[in-house]
Design a protein around this ligand. Structure first.
Ligand code: URA
Length: 193
């Protein structure tokens, strides 16, 4: 069996046609960032700008995410960012559970390669993919759980914060919990350099 590498992951994403989403895209968006980061951030799926550039979180939601990370002194290039699906759903619709399931092998490979200490799940699609399909983001956000040594916390998606600024207070609380966890796990030196 071939050794798992980042290059293999990227070529598998590029060649993937496990669901119909790849039919209508300009670019695959595998994810990017620091491949040695203790922090992995998982969003939903690429939007229009991400599809154009082939990069995750570079549109309006991505700009807000960058500001949110900066607010806890996390430079964006020190974290690894990806999505539950690597192809843009048409019209930015929410990816179907079957589409997320078809893409899960890529996310699993990314997690195996990165072996993050902490995973931040942005929004319901990421929370359902990782924690189970019956997960409700409003019920689980801001709560830590541990799986095979990795700390996982769901929070609101930045797009939800753009639509409903009243959620920002809760998101700020979650971000502070994220910073505290990274400090508690002594990742401070790895990230806040
Ligand atoms: N929303 C996401 O979930 N991911 C992106 O990459 C951009 C917007």
């Amino acid at each position: 069996m071939a050794e798992i590498t980042w290059e293999l992951l990227e070529s598998q994403v590029e060649a993937c046609s496990r669901c119909a989403l790849c039919g209508g895209i300009s670019h695959k968006v595998p994810g990017q960032g620091d491949r040695h980061s203790p922090l992995m951030i998982i969003g939903e799926g690429p939007g229009a700008e991400e599809d154009r550039q082939g990069l995750a979180f570079v549109g309006p939601a991505g700009q807000l995410l960058t500001r949110m990370l900066a607010a806890i002194e996390l430079p964006r290039d020190r974290v690894y960012i990806c999505n539950t699906v690597k192809c843009r759903p048409p019209g930015n619709r929410v990816p179907e559970p079957e589409e997320r399931a078809a893409c899960l092998m890529h996310l699993r490979m990314q997690t195996a390669l990165l072996r993050p200490k902490v995973i931040l799940l942005l929004g319901a699609s990421a929370a359902r993919t990782v924690l189970g399909e019956d997960t409700r983001i409003t019920a689980v956000r801001g709560q830590w759980r541990q799986r095979r040594g990795t700390w996982i916390m769901p929070t609101y998606h930045p797009s939800a914060l753009l639509r409903d600024p009243a959620k920002k207070r809760a998101a700020w609380h979650d971000l502070q919990m994220l910073r505290d966890k990274l400090i508690e796990l002594d990742c401070y030196g790895d990230i806040y350099r």
